[in-house]
Design a protein around this ligand. Structure first.
Ligand code: ATR
Length: 290
């Protein structure tokens, strides 16, 4: 027999998310709901892959061989996913990380929809003529880079990065136009007059430390965003709402980052709406009880 074996056309479309751990991922639910809405014969499965370059390479090759159209990539694989890819989008290269790998006979294409996810989440709340003078990013870890690029692309004139480990804040600020690093201890003062603050640290997440941050000095009409979604209403978001500021939760970014993968691999629509959010809220509530 010669040549590659073709997957029969009647076979269901396959896609998934790879990471370690992966059991907590809400992505399978998001894609399954979108597929059901359109009557797509497709499956989106969570696949746990050990934190090892060679195991990752072999696993991705196997998924491609058995007919997966592509996979989302989450911790701890986002950087090695970019390295493994044959081609990569400008955004993935810039973020030095990929959360999408799309398979084709030509190879593996890497992309980054975390940037688009945060852009779209922000766009839901921000007016087109929003004042965008100052944005403060708390944290400079894995999740911060996509957020920082999205903030730069949204047109904020000045961006300050404050992180416990200053060197990481310096690194991130160096990649972003108009950005500067600030001291973590000064975070409340750095927020003075800010139009946007985003928490990209793990603080505020269930089981992690408390984010000690006072939004009082921010602009009165500011937007406060948190990438944490467990709990859904982090103390930071609650404080934002109570002060009359706009609060953007992590679930919004999660839903929006999923859309490009769904459209690339399973279907066409991928609408982010209240119904989808309610499904996710119920799933989170069930996880809480488990
Ligand atoms: P991930 O890969 O999940 O983003 P990470 O890269 O370690 O994890 O980033 C977590 C972020 O939360 C970092 O900005 C981290 O600050 P450091 O770079 O100093 O580690 C921040 N973070 C975690 N725990 C923190 C704490 N107790 N106080 C302040 N910042 C904290």
């Amino acid at each position: 027999m010669t040549g590659a074996v073709k997957t029969p056309r009647t076979a269901p479309r396959l896609a998934g998310v790879v990471g370690a751990p992966i059991g907590h991922s809400l992505s399978p639910l998001i894609h399954t709901i979108w597929a059901a809405r359109e009557g797509v014969n497709g499956y989106y499965v969570p696949v746990e892959i050990a934190d090892d370059d060679e195991i990752f390479r072999q696993s991705i090759a196997s998924l491609q061989t058995v007919g997966f159209a592509g996979v989302n990539v989450t911790l701890p694989h986002k950087e090695r996913a970019l390295k493994l890819a044959t081609t990569a989008s400008a955004r993935a290269k810039r973020a030095c990380a990929a959360n999408m790998l799309t398979f084709s006979p030509e190879g593996v294409h890497a992309d980054n929809s975390d940037i688009e996810g945060f852009r779209a989440a922000l766009a839901e709340y921000a007016a087109p003529d929003e004042k965008r003078d100052l944005a403060l990013i708390l944290g400079a870890g894995g999740a911060s880079r996509g957020v920082a690029i999205a903030i730069e692309e949204a047109g904020y004139k000045k961006i300050i990065v404050a992180n416990r480990t200053k060197a990481r804040a310096d690194d991130l600020a160096g990649l972003i136009n108009g950005a500067a690093a600030g001291d973590w201890e000064d975070r409340n003062d750095l927020a003075a007059g800010a139009d946007l603050v985003v928490n990209t640290t793990s603080l505020g997440m269930t089981g992690k430390g408390v984010l000690d941050f006072d939004i009082a000095a921010m602009a009165p009409g500011a937007i406060v965003a948190d990438i944490v979604y467990t709990p859904l209403k982090t103390p930071l978001l609650v404080a934002a709402k109570e002060s009359g500021r706009r609060a953007v939760g992590g679930l919004s970014m999660l839903m929006h980052q999923a859309a490009p993968g769904y459209r690339a691999w399973l279907g066409n629509e991928a609408v982010v709406d209240e119904d989808l959010q309610n499904h996710l809220l119920r799933a989170l509530a069930r996880k809480d009880q488990a």
